[in-house]
Ligand binder design. Structure first.
Ligand code: T4K
Length: 381
């Protein structure tokens, strides 16, 4: 005998379930001509025509000079550190996805965690200098949720101490400040085009760099270090994006403005509906002139009748799969928690944010009815 479900059918359960995000997909029939071209040329990877076209199209769209595509954002982060031969210690944020710090460990670098700013939830520049030691070679900040870091303050510190700045810009596709693309700051910026991101190529990523020479080094590093058939200049990795992913990216780019506009609308509805709810704070912009609305984080404080985890559970009980990005802190995972900088006392703001954040669903296809369903759960507590 099979156990009966509390739902009429599995299909009904799946229909009702809401996820924190859903990938934006163009009409399937529009992708078929790209596949036909790949089938007929038999060029599947290694910097083929779609790869080259997407690099150029993304430079134009994002307003950056040079960009090198990758198979995913994590390989791009690992390679970005190698491109500038970063060693020793790197100052970074504990309030991010674990790939940020993992890219340091993959390079044998010691992460040094520094606390975040309570308003932006990005690395707090006021706390960076005290963490610098003779071993420090770089700073790796994250534009968390796509909100720009204090890029000027960070650059000033980097210039004073002769440090490189590698931005984890995985969330920051298309974000602009008054000075232009946020991706132009620091020495390199790394994007992710994962399925859960604003712009996706299924899996994918990129390094944005300021000059042709650096791009050439990165291109060598992502292709095993090959310069030509018989010359290998570094122990590079296979980080190349395939032609299928690159072709998909070209098609996605035709739809990105619509997808961003849809996200902007949802963001505005949430802010309006949640305005004045005691104990709920929506994370504000951090000076961007064009935002990408990649996440919708709320902070749940003691004025709210439920704890963050009780609210998380309540959402789950209603089949709404909100997420606690970023809980636990990276510094709490076993491979990091022994570091002196991982100590909770060193990271009070990040600890507080991590224990109070919930990311609500936001993606172009989220209906008004479902936004209402989500807000009603919060207001009904
Ligand atoms: N740096 C930062 C700051 C990052 O946030 C990330 C990635 C990276 C670096 C590394 O970049 P990549 O190497 O990934 O390019 C997700 C993503 O896997 C990860 O890419 C992302 N950050 C992170 C914030 O979120 P999970 O474990 O939460 O993913 P998952 O599979 O639970 O997906 C969340 C929801 O999205 C699902 O419940 C349903 C929906 N979904 C997901 C996938 C994969 C779909 O509808 N379709 C899908 O194919 O990590």
């Amino acid at each position: 005998m099979t156990a009966s479900l509390p739902f009429a059918s599995v299909a009904e359960l799946v229909d009702e379930r809401l996820y924190v995000t859903q990938p934006h997909l163009p009409p399937l029939n529009e992708f078929l001509p790209y596949l036909e071209e790949i089938w007929s040329s038999k060029v599947l990877t290694n910097g083929g025509p779609f790869h080259q076209q997407l690099e150029k199209a993304l430079c134009d769209y994002l307003g950056v000079k040079y960009l090198s595509l990758f198979a995913n954002g994590t390989l791009a982060l690992v390679t970005a550190l190698q491109a500038h031969r970063i060693t020793g210690e790197v100052i970074t944020t504990p309030y991010s996805f674990v790939a940020t710090a993992h890219s340091l460990l993959w390079n044998g670098i010691k992460p040094v965690f520094v606390d975040i700013d309570p308003k932006t939830l990005n690395l707090d520049p006021k706390r960076i200098e005290e963490a610098i030691t003779p071993q420090t070679t770089a700073i790796m900040p994250v534009h968390c949720y796509g909100h720009p870091c204090d890029v000027e303050a960070i650059q000033k510190i980097a210039d004073n101490y002769n440090l490189k700045v590698i931005y984890d810009a995985a969330h920051a596709f298309g974000v602009q400040t008054a000075a232009g693309s946020v991706l132009q700051h620091g020495d390199l910026s790394v994007l992710s085009f994962h399925a859960t991101k604003v712009f996706n190529t299924f899996e994918g990523g990129a390094i944005v760099c300021p000059d042709a020479k650096t791009k050439q080094r990165i291109d060598h590093l992502k292709n095993f270090g090959f310069v030509d058939e018989v010359t290998v200049v570094a122990p590079g990795i296979n980080g190349k994006m395939s032609e299928v992913n690159a072709a998909f990216g070209l098609l996605q780019l035709q739809y990105i403005d619509g997808a961003l506009a849809a996200r902007k609308r949802i963001d505005a509805i949430y802010r309006d509906m949640l305005d004045g709810v005691p104990g709920i704070r929506c994370v504000e912009d951090a000076g961007e002139t064009a935002a990408n609305f990649s996440y919708f984080p709320i902070l749940v404080d003691s004025a709210f009748p439920l704890t963050r985890d009780e609210l998380y559970q309540k959402f789950r009980d209603h089949e709404i799969m909100v997420r606690r990005y970023f809980y636990p802190l990276i510094s709490d995972f076993p491979m990091y928690r022994g570091l002196p900088s991982a100590h909770r006392g060193n990271l009070p703001v990040a600890s507080q944010a991590s224990s109070s954040v919930l990311c609500l669903p936001i993606y172009p296809g989220l209906s008004d009815a479902n936004i209402g369903r989500i807000v009603d759960i919060i207001k009904g507590c």
